[in-house]
Design a protein around this ligand. Structure first.
Ligand SMILES: *[C@@H]1O[C@H](CO)[C@@H](O)[C@H](O)[C@H]1NC(C)=O
Ligand SMILES: *[C@@H]1O[C@H](CO)[C@@H](O)[C@H](O)[C@H]1NC(C)=O
Length: 260
């Protein structure tokens, strides 16, 4: 009996002493295009990696103007535990980075849209008959009740809901990671084109840029110092000529890496 207790205790100690070595080294993805985002500020640590799914919003001043990006709405899910090298839950690098594109096509847009039928990807059949003018959200109440991400065939288990991404009333990109107490009110400090291999999205308009965002001097952020948007899929706009100056919203997914 005593011998067995000793064996159990010994193996518990082995796990405990191994645990500080269990975290993988988190390395931000690179575009590989020769133009990369600025490095993470010195002294910051990774807080979370999320995948976001939602819409990017655009307006047009005229048919000849360039589109103006006016905001975004997205639901964020925690996928930190799936990062390659994470003990027992980590995916391969390829499988991890593929989540973004698979989510775009594998889940309905998790927002209250003005036209609920627009939420379902590829319905009507891809390439989609819907246009950018049909993906607008219900601005007063864009987010349904939080629920975890279920992506059968891609994720072995549900990924937890992490929070919401939106632009606040003053147009500042905001991340409310409600479950964790982290909050980011951000300022764009870096912007590079997505690699040409990025998924062009439901409307085949292209992937939005990769970004570095740094906590705004407005002082609203709690815990979050920098956010990187990488591995984007979809989200880029048609031209204002194609949109006939109407503006609209484009479905997208992206990874958001939070540092603090
Ligand atoms: C945003 O970043 C720029 C460049 O670093 C800086 O000059 C500006 O003060 C920042 N604005 C806010 C609101 O933090
Ligand atoms: C975004 O654009 C759509 C389409 O133009 C519009 O209906 C909607 O109100 C805008 N805002 C949001 C948050 O979707």
């Amino acid at each position: 009996m005593a011998a067995r207790s000793f064996t159990i205790l010994a193996s518990l100690l082995a796990v405990a002493s191994a645990s500080p070595c269990k975290l993988p080294t988190y390395t931000l993805p690179e575009t590989g295009t020769g133009t990369e985002l600025p490095a993470v500020a010195a002294g910051l640590s990774l807080l979370r990696i999320a995948v976001g799914h939602g819409i990017q919003n655009y307006t047009c001043a005229s048919t000849t103007a360039a589109t103006t990006a006016t905001g975004a709405l997205a639901v964020l899910y925690d996928i930190t535990h799936l990062y390659p090298g994470t003990l027992s839950t980590g995916l391969s690098s390829d499988a991890f980075n593929a989540i973004s594109g698979q989510l775009l096509w594998g889940q309905d847009i998790p927002l209250n849209l003005q036209s609920a039928s627009a939420a379902s990807p590829g319905s009507p059949a891809a390439p989609n008959d819907l246009s950018e003018t049909e993906y607008g959200a219900v601005v007063a109440d864009p987010f349904p009740s939080p629920s975890p991400l279920s992506l059968p065939g891609v994720l072995a288990a549900e990924a937890p809901f992490l929070g919401h991404h939106y632009f606040d009333a003053t147009g500042v990109p905001t991340f409310d990671l409600s479950g964790s107490g982290l909050f980011g009110s951000m300022n764009k400090t870096g912007d590079v084109k997505a690699p040409s291999t990025a998924q062009t999205g439901i409307l085949a308009t292209g992937a939005v840029d990769w970004l570095q965002l740094t906590a705004s001097s407005n002082g609203l952020s709690v815990g979050i110092k920098q956010v990187y948007r990488v591995i984007t899929a979809g989200g880029a706009s048609e031209t204002c000529a194609v949109l006939n100056a109407a503006g609209g919203s484009v479905p997208y997914t992206a990874f958001y890496w939070f540092f603090g």
